[in-house]
Design a protein around this ligand. Structure first.
Ligand SMILES: Nc1ncnc2c1ncn2[C@@H]1O[C@H](COP(=O)(O)OP(=O)(O)OP(=O)(O)O)[C@@H](O)[C@H]1O
Ligand SMILES: [Mg+2]
Length: 577
């Protein structure tokens, strides 16, 4: 069975907060009995003060009741506080763990996820665990304790009554247990449906321009409504079951009222029991009944927490595709030869996208990657960036297999200029500095100069301080690319990977970007994927790929005179232009 393991795991994860939990528990242990005394004072007042004719003891009795109430209120408040503190710390740490786990994953894993669903796991599922687990834990501990104390007190003053009320309470317990599994399944389904709602929202926000452009609002609305409707239906299932279980339990629990009153009255009538005892039973009835009610509610909360935590553990337990070996090597620099030895790659269970790649690239050599769409250029660059590792063969850097090199140490010597540079919603300056966080201001300005970006940046409303908007929406495609090139200049990498760096820009700014790219390439090992003859011509060698294999390689001019498939493709493109 999975459920107990999961519960145990959640409880184990509370271990770091044990100091607060133990303090909370101590407060609970004190507050519990203190809360019972005021009720017991009813018996004292009826039997001892009134029937015993000791009215001068009335005020002291009231004072005692008040004092104990004060103690229970004080420690009760601290109990809640400690438990809440532990709960808040727990969710902070859980979110941090989720986030750091995500950062360890490869881009491939992230691409497989839906960002809206991920968001709902990190935000609302964690919230659900906190509110249910911690408050559930504290309420459960408190109510169980009260329950035992009260039951003990009842057995002490009337053993027969105590033994009899125990029966319906035990039934309640089993009813709750019986429905747990089904309840949890419903909550799980509802949470997944909520994740879907988040995913739909996220996608609509992400593809907003496309939705508007194709006038597909009604379609998106219908899609979203279907998701919220699905969540509604699944939530209703849980509600339906809950509204059956809760009243059933309350009714069974209520029978204790009848038992206590009937049996108690009978015992008083027969002279086995005092009137004060009966009055106290009346008071205790609620204290006995309330734990049973809360038990049902708390159990409900815990089922929700388990459903939410299952979604959290899916993220926390997901395998990480690329992890450093314990003896991973650190590279001081990457001015090393790069060798592909029978390298192959397949995405997931799909067929091979790259196969039989064999080549040696000298340090400082520049390589152009050419080939039709889908030939595998981006995938090849991804292998070099270690966004994924080969599924066959070996990539070597110097003498070392790339998989034996610490991931972080490899990446410090690497810069990537993608097709569409991602900018963060901060200033132009900070976006460039992303390439090297410890760079001086002067170095950032210099990098912008080298990337031919200073001119347009100075014309922005606030120059380098201009905030670029989410994903850099306030800049043109060409401007974003120049910031991407500046970032790479600043990073000053030994190895440069560029994936169609000019394909998203218009010819005029392409000219400017190309100049800065040529400058950037100097003195580095470069892999450049492009459809532009003007860029490919500047590389030392071109690898021409067809369906994941290199079918031709050599300097651009040589391949052109050889008049093979590469030359055919270039002619075809030139004609298209
Ligand atoms: N995440 C992925 N999962 C499964 N298959 C993928 C994935 N990414 C790419 N592919 C497949 O791998 C093959 C190579 O894709 P890749 O992106 O490397 O081509 P490319 O040469 O860069 O093409 P383009 O010139 O259009 O950018 C394609 O057939 C593509 O469908
Ligand atoms: Mg590509």
């Amino acid at each position: 069975m999975r459920e107990p393991n999961q519960t145990r795991r959640l409880l184990r994860e509370l271990a770091p907060y044990r100091r607060q939990l133990v303090l909370g528990l101590i407060c609970l242990l004190i507050a519990g009995p203190a809360a019972i005394v005021p009720t017991l004072m009813w018996m004292v007042v009826v039997d001892y003060v009134l029937l015993g004719d000791r009215i001068h003891w009335l005020v002291p009795s009231l004072l005692i009741a008040t004092a104990f109430y004060a103690v229970s209120a004080f420690f009760g408040a601290w109990r809640d506080r400690y438990f809440e503190f532990a709960g808040q710390a727990f969710i902070r740490d859980l979110r941090e763990r989720l986030f750091s786990k995500l950062l360890r994953q490869t881009p491939g894993y992230i691409n497989e996820q839906r960002s809206g669903d991920l968001q709902s796991r990190v935000i609302s599922d964690v919230d659900a665990v906190e509110s249910s687990l911690i408050s559930g834990f504290s309420t459960m501990a408190q109510e169980c304790y009260t329950f035992i104390l009260v039951l003990g007190a009842i057995i002490w003053i009337a053993p027969l009554v105590g033994a009899t009320v125990f029966v319906p309470l035990a039934i309640c317990f089993f009813v709750v247990r019986h429905f747990n599994e089904r309840m949890k399944a419903y909550y799980r389904a509802a949470r997944n449906a909520l994740g879907e709602v988040g995913a739909r929202l996220q996608e609509t926000v992400g593809g907003f321009a496309v939705i508007k452009g194709f006038n597909r609002q009604a379609y998106e609305q219908a899609h979203f409504t279907a998701a919220t409707d699905d969540h509604y239906k699944k939530a209703l299932k849980a509600v339906r079951l809950r509204t059956v279980i809760f009243p059933s339990i309350y009714s069974i629990a209520f029978s204790t009222n009848v038992i206590m009153l009937g049996l108690g009255a009978l015992l008083v009538y027969k002279g086995h029991f005092t009137l004060g005892g009966l009055v106290v039973l009346r008071g205790f009835w609620w204290q006995l009944n309330s734990p049973v009610r809360t038990l049902a509610q708390v159990n409900d909360l815990i089922q929700r927490a388990l459903a939410a935590s299952a979604r959290i553990y899916q993220v926390l337990d997901a395998p990480v595709a690329i992890e450093d070996k314990p003896d991973a090597r650190t590279l001081q620099h990457a001015r090393l030869p790069i060798q592909f030895d029978r390298v192959a790659f397949a995405y997931g269970a799909g067929g091979k996208v790259l196969d039989e790649l064999n080549f040696l690239v000298k340090p400082g050599e520049t390589i152009g990657l050419a080939g039709d769409s889908g030939a595998g250029k981006t995938t090849l660059l991804g292998l070099l960036a270690r966004f994924q590792d080969p599924t066959g063969g070996t990539i070597r850097v110097g003498e070392e297999a790339l998989t034996a090199v610490a991931e972080g140490s490899w990446r410090t010597h690497l810069a990537v200029v993608p097709q569409d540079t991602f900018l963060f919603n901060t200033s132009v300056f900070e976006n460039i500095r992303f390439g090297r966080p410890d760079a001086t201001d002067a170095a950032v300005y210099e990098a912008a100069d080298l990337a031919n970006a200073s001119g347009f940046i100075s014309r922005l409303p606030e120059g380098f301080k201009t905030v670029v908007g989410e994903r850099g929406v306030k800049l043109s495609g060409g401007q974003r690319q120049r910031i991407g090139v500046a970032r790479a200049f600043l990073a000053n990498p030994d190895i440069l990977l560029m994936d169609e760096p000019t394909s998203a820009v218009e010819p005029e700014s392409e000219q400017i970007i190309q100049e800065s790219i040529f400058a950037l390439m100097k003195g580095r090992t470069v892999f450049l994927s492009s459809h532009r003859p003007s860029l490919l011509r500047q590389t030392d060698r071109v690898f021409y790929l067809e369906q994941g294999r290199i079918v031709e390689s050599g300097p651009h001019d040589m391949l052109m005179t050889r008049n093979g498939p590469y030359a055919g493709m270039i002619r075809h493109w030139t004609e298209l232009d």
